[in-house]
Design a protein around this ligand. Structure first.
Ligand code: ZN
Length: 254
């Protein structure tokens, strides 16, 4: 199979938000890349696997400067970050952005030939995939506010899935960009640096948030009612990826 031109697809949402997806990466693996338009600059929340140039796509969508927000350091979220000049994330994961490895970006086991419906370019070999270093150019932490001029995103530090997981919350629109803290699927609390106890605290905290729509790191967007169901389900011991290798196998055969 040869390389493919239309690697990314875009879906527009209300509130000047667009979703960009890697069309040919398996649905259960690919991350949601969120483009949020603002008056002074735009945000790009996560950057996918970095298999094809992303910046070239974004410059077609906006003339504004773009700040990349890394919700956390896993390979499916930070692969395209190196193309951008401004890269913000939590300090606790700075070292991983600086020196990404198969292990510390949780790549091992997930990237295999079967996870692609088409090759990103001729000669692509899944086993050779790696994340390019993209050191953070600034840090974000609990309480910080990202001011786009006409809209303001509050940074929530919600560790557990990973130590430096952050979410962005906009009070006016009640939008939440949650990264992998919560998404409409089986949650993942067994990454090498996950902490299940702290994760529960983060999820309990989310339950109290006055949120309307959640744009997550994976899968479809959902409302607060669905968020509460997902969280309660997880807290009851369901909806969780136990052994990732076994889980990947199930996804591949389904
Ligand atoms: Zn993750």
């Amino acid at each position: 199979m040869s390389g493919i031109n239309q690697w990314y697809e875009r879906i527009d949402f209300s509130d000047d938000v667009s979703l960009i997806r890697e069309k040919y990466v398996a649905k259960w693996l690919r991350c949601n890349i969120w483009h949020v338009r603002g008056r002074e600059f735009d945000l790009l929340i996560d950057t996918g696997m970095g298999l094809r140039p992303l910046k070239a796509e974004i410059v077609q969508l906006t003339e504004k400067p773009v700040k990349v927000i890394s919700t956390h350091c896993h390979f499916d979220h930070i692969g395209g970050a190196h193309e951008f000049d401004c890269r913000l994330g939590h300090k606790l994961e700075a070292e991983i952005h600086r020196n990404p490895t198969m292990e510390n970006t949780a790549t091992t086991g997930f990237v295999r030939a079967e996870t692609f419906k088409a090759l990103p370019y001729d000669g692509f070999i899944a086993e050779d995939y790696f994340v390019k270093p993209a050191p953070l150019t600034g840090y974000l932490d609990e309480g910080d506010v990202i001011d786009l001029g006409n809209r303001h995103f509050q940074v929530l530090h919600l560790p557990g899935h990973s130590p430096g997981s952050i979410a962005l919350y906009e009070k006016r629109t009640r939008l939440l960009f949650s990264g992998d803290v919560i998404y409409d699927g089986q949650l993942y609390d067994t990454v090498y640096h996950s902490d299940k106890v702290i994760y529960r605290e983060s999820l309990n905290r989310l339950k109290t948030l006055n949120v309307g729509t959640i744009h997550a790191g994976h899968d479809a967007s959902f409302d607060k009612q669905r968020m509460l169901e997902l969280i309660n389900d997880y807290l009851a011991g369901n909806k969780v990826i136990g052994d990732p290798a076994a889980w990947v196998q199930t996804q591949l055969s389904s």
